[in-house]
Design a protein around this ligand. Structure first.
Ligand code: ZN
Length: 160
């Protein structure tokens, strides 16, 4: 188990496409375990392997119950409704923006045993699924969000 370094916006790796996992090797399991540690320490709710510099289609998403879902080769298979809420990213520190996302999404993925499963999420969890899957295509939320201004950020910090 190890805490990995989260790379930041400006690092060209974040712009690359992640490749599917073709075989769940001990190396992939170790990556997932290290990503779990890294996510826990970061205080975030989601992490894609590319954010720790590994171009593989592996993401973690913390669900509404606080359980960390492990998704290998995830795909969004259904979208419903819409939401326009605040989003941030561990790779885009201290910046926040309002994104357009579906209110509910269903994702199909493999677990660490290689078994296929589907999982649905609403609200923050749905945003998180979309956000992490975007990372696999080299997309950052700041590419399409309406980013908060300095004033808006300050107002938000004062509220806390
Ligand atoms: Zn992110």
């Amino acid at each position: 188990m190890a805490i990995l370094t989260i790379i930041k916006d400006g690092d060209p790796t974040l712009r690359k496409h992640s490749r599917p996992v073709t075989e769940i090797t001990p190396r992939i399991i170790r990556l997932i375990d290290d990503m779990r540690d890294t996510l826990k320490k970061s205080g975030g709710v989601g992490l894609a392997a590319v954010q720790v510099g590994v171009l593989r289609r592996v993401v973690l998403v913390e669900d509404a119950e606080g359980k960390v879902l492990e998704l290998i080769n995830p795909e969004i298979i259904a979208r419903e409704g819409e939401q326009h809420e605040l989003e941030g990213c561990l790779s885009v520190p201290d910046k926040w923006g309002i994104t357009d996302r579906p209110e509910k999404v269903t994702v199909r993925a493999l677990d660490r045993e290689g078994k296929e499963f589907t999982v649905s999420g609403e609200g923050l969890t749905a945003r998180c699924f979309c956000h992490e899957l975007d990372h696999l295509e080299g997309i950052l939320f700041s590419d399409h969000a309406r980013m908060l201004t300095e004033e808006e950020l300050e107002a938000m910090t004062e509220e806390e």
